[in-house]
Design a binder for this molecule. Structure first.
Ligand SMILES: Nc1nc2c(ncn2[C@@H]2O[C@H](COP(=O)(O)OP(=O)(O)OP(=O)(O)O)[C@@H](O)[C@H]2O)c(=O)[nH]1
Ligand SMILES: [Mg+2]
Length: 295
């Protein structure tokens, strides 16, 4: 229903609402091939050992297709395919109504209501869409790998500020310690003030393909969750998340109504008057907004 933007979703969302708010939403982000899916799969295994229910959303903001580009993920997460305590979904959001900002939070709600303790959200790429997903998470893992120039890339994309935990994956490769050092140095530049109440993102080294360091990642996630609860940051983030979610849904509704008005003749009528010079587009837009509000 979420993927099809079903009109029934409103009703379903109302039924789900009282059952949400339990899950810890963990975003995993980083450059292509850094090991997000491998890490996700390893994290699922570790969380399952703790008896936790886990949801996984692999979000590809660049692909209009579900499945194809994410086939690799399915292979990497195969070992969890028959586990009823794990739900895995690949979602393509481009070309989707409202895009990433619309579909992802709705999917998170569904998994949350389904009593997932942890929801892992993987996104591909470095850029705006990635930061969008990050803003949905309670805890954000930023993955780097040696020799990918990731540090520089990360700094550019402003990803350093949003990371709650840094994971330097592929620590079996040369240069992992250098990547950690580079990262520490970059973080030290941004941390001038000594505010002890602030969260300081730890750096964890992993070899995800062998499951090494995954326990440390889990420990960092737990620590961050505790800090979020104590500091009030959890509620602050969830407030912002809900605001963004409401805004995205409202914008979608407005867009749909404008579409209806196009059919009903209101928009073409306004356009005609703008073309004729009787109206300027700003007044016409005001007029359209008023009509939408009244409809
Ligand atoms: N040497 C080494 N290879 C790894 C490690 N973790 C993952 N890989 C390999 O790196 C490749 C990419 O891993 P993925 O988990 O698909 O990476 P990803 O970040 O999900 O990639 P995209 O979803 O395409 O952005 C695969 O061939 C993995 O087997 C690791 O710790 N060490
Ligand atoms: Mg992947």
């Amino acid at each position: 229903m979420v993927e099809d933007a079903s009109p029934l979703l409103g009703e379903v969302a109302a039924a789900l609402a009282p059952h949400t708010g339990h899950a810890q939403v963990v975003g995993l982000t980083g450059s292509p091939g850094v090991g997000k899916s491998t890490s996700t799969s390893a994290l699922v295994g570790a969380l399952r050992e703790q008896g936790k229910r886990v949801g996984v959303l692999a979000v590809d903001p660049s692909s209009p297709f579900s499945g194809g580009a994410l086939l690799g993920d399915r292979v990497r997460m195969q070992e969890h395919a028959t586990d009823s305590g794990v739900f895995i979904r690949s979602m393509a959001t481009r070309g989707h109504l409202g895009g990433l900002s619309w579909a992802t939070p709705q999917a998170i709600r569904v998994l949350d209501a389904a009593r997932c303790d942890v929801i892992l959200v993987e996104t591909v790429g470095v850029g705006q869409s990635e930061i969008e997903v990050v803003s949905l998470a309670d805890t954000t893992l930023v993955l780097l790998a040696p020799g990918m120039g990731d540090g520089i890339q990360a700094a550019k994309a402003g990803i350093l500020e949003v990371a709650d935990v840094f994971v330097v994956n592929k620590a079996d490769r040369d240069g992992a310690d250098q990547t950690v050092r580079d990262l520490r140095y970059m973080l030290s530049l941004g941390r001038r003030e000594r505010d002890e109440t602030k969260w300081k993102a730890p750096i964890v080294k992993t070899v995800a393909s062998r499951g090494e360091g995954i326990g440390d990642v889990i420990a960092a996630l737990d620590k961050h969750r505790d800090w979020m609860n104590r500091s009030g940051e959890r509620d602050r983030r969830r407030q912002l998340r809900a605001e963004a979610e409401i805004e995205a849904i409202a914008l979608e509704k407005v867009r749909a109504r404008i579409g209806d008005l196009r059919g009903g003749g209101t928009l073409p009528e306004l356009a005609k008057r703008v073309v004729a010079g009787e109206l300027d587009p700003y007044v016409a837009a005001e007029d359209l907004v008023d009509t939408v509000s009244a409809s």
